[in-house]
Design a protein around this ligand. Structure first.
Ligand code: NAD
Length: 390
């Protein structure tokens, strides 16, 4: 591409959390610029946000419908190339579908939709339009997560037998949704959040991580959801037993009442010959534990030659020399960079490389919504195991 990709945004105004993270990530490589937006439910907040971000006043729209309709009418050389959707969950499907149908690529936050039916409809829309949809499962963007995936794929650990994923947070240990916390308020409202609070908000992240790193698919599950803070409408804590398509067993824990925890995402995978461990709070470290060997610590950015080189996927997603910390913003930027490279390749008529194609897509969004649906079904059932239906 001889120019920057042009991004539009729904949500992500001064009143929001994750929108600013998306902008940092999108701008990190200098290949994307923000050209338009409907940044907030409040038009004045949207206007002020646009002013601070130097977005031209005539490219600030009242809502996503107006934005997509008017941007579609602009000359090809001016209009946005893709839409980033960073609104509450119930406002993902509408803008995503309309953007795809009007010729725009999409970056959308997780959970992709609020129902499985909507997720399937988005998949059908992606297939019909040939556009690209990127789903921001942040943790899959880290170099050491890529390394873990590559080592599992190469058979370093032998056949995988056990997968343990955790996402404990403590920020909903109180009834924050009734204490003026806007982000907690919509998350705790079933109409805006979906069937499950904890599984939609953070369970989908670790379900994706388990399948992404292992390369396996969940085939059956047994779930227990709870509402442990009195007065809350949706669940805030969940444990799920998992079975995978190669016979491996797993455990997934997602909790927003783990008082004192921050974002303690962790994955452990064990095969016949050894295992691995990676944690979001220490993301440049990948711990390898082989039978009858001392533990090994793989670190981001090193030119190892033995016993195992860092994979092309790990190095492609590493930005600075070893020892300088890389974190969540860089992992987020990796997702944007790979998405941008893929959409640019398609525009140029070039086939994207496997490394460029390595970002979560609409298929992961369908898996995520199926996961939430199946967990809720299992929790309400007396059957011990239910089949993972998509
Ligand atoms: P938030 O409540 O902080 O911000 C929501 C934004 O959407 C606000 O700017 C609000 O004004 C705007 N908005 C609401 N309705 C709108 C409308 N009709 N038109 C335009 N803008 C509208 O929420 P958040 O924490 O930023 O979460 C947003 C999304 O991002 C959620 O789906 C959440 O699950 C996801 N998220 C993902 C991660 C991650 O790690 N990938 C982290 C946090 C949040």
């Amino acid at each position: 591409m001889k120019r920057k990709l042009r991004m539009g945004m729904v949500g992500g105004g001064k009143d929001a959390f994750i929108g600013a993270v998306h902008r940092i990530a999108a701008f990190m490589d200098g290949k994307i610029e923000l050209v338009c937006g409907a940044f907030s439910i409040d038009p004045e907040v949207s206007r002020q946000s646009a002013e601070e971000l130097f977005v031209a006043p005539n490219r600030v729209y009242a809502n996503y419908e107006e934005m997509i309709a008017k941007e579609s009418q602009l000359p090809e050389g001016d209009r946005m190339d893709f839409l980033t959707i960073v609104t509450p969950n119930f406002l993902h499907f509408g803008p995503a579908k309309m953007a795809l149908e009007n010729g725009f690529d999409v970056v959308v936050e997780k959970p992709m939709t609020v129902t499985l039916d909507e997720a399937k409809e988005l998949k059908a829309t992606v297939e019909k339009t040939g556009r690209t949809l990127c789903l921001t499962h942040t943790y899959s963007g880290y170099p050491m997560v890529k390394q873990a995936k590559a080592m599992v794929k190469d058979g370093h650990f032998g056949k995988i037998r056990k997968i343990v994923v955790e996402y404990p947070q403590g920020w909903l240990s109180r009834l924050s949704e009734r204490e003026g916390n806007a982000g907690a308020a919509w998350r705790a409202d079933p109409k805006k959040s979906g069937l499950s609070l904890v599984m939609g908000d953070i369970g989908t992240h670790v379900a994706h991580l388990a399948e992404y790193v292992s390369g396996l698919k969940i085939t059956e599950l047994c779930a227990d959801l709870s509402t442990l803070v009195e007065g809350r409408v949706l669940d805030d804590d969940g444990s799920v037993l998992l079975r995978f398509d190669n016979g491996a067993k797993g455990v997934l824990m997602a909790s927003q009442i783990s008082a004192g925890e921050e974002n303690a995402v962790r994955i452990r995978i064990y095969g016949e010959k050894g295992g691995l461990e990676w944690a979001n709070e220490d993301p440049n470290n990948l711990i390898i534990k082989m039978l009858d060997q001392p533990r090994q610590l793989y670190r981001t950015g090193n030119a190892y030659t033995t016993p195992y080189a860092l994979s092309s996927f790990a190095t492609h997603n590493t930005r600075i020399p070893a020892g300088h910390p890389e974190g969540l913003l860089e992992a987020f930027a990796n997702i944007y960079r790979n998405f941008a490279a893929t959409t640019s390749a398609k525009r140029e008529g070039r086939t994207p490389t496997p490394e460029e194609l390595d970002f979560p897509t609409v298929d992961d969004g369908v898996r995520g919504m199926a996961f939430v649906q199946n967990v809720v079904t299992s929790n309400a059932s007396n059957e011990k195991w239910i089949k993972f239906e998509e």
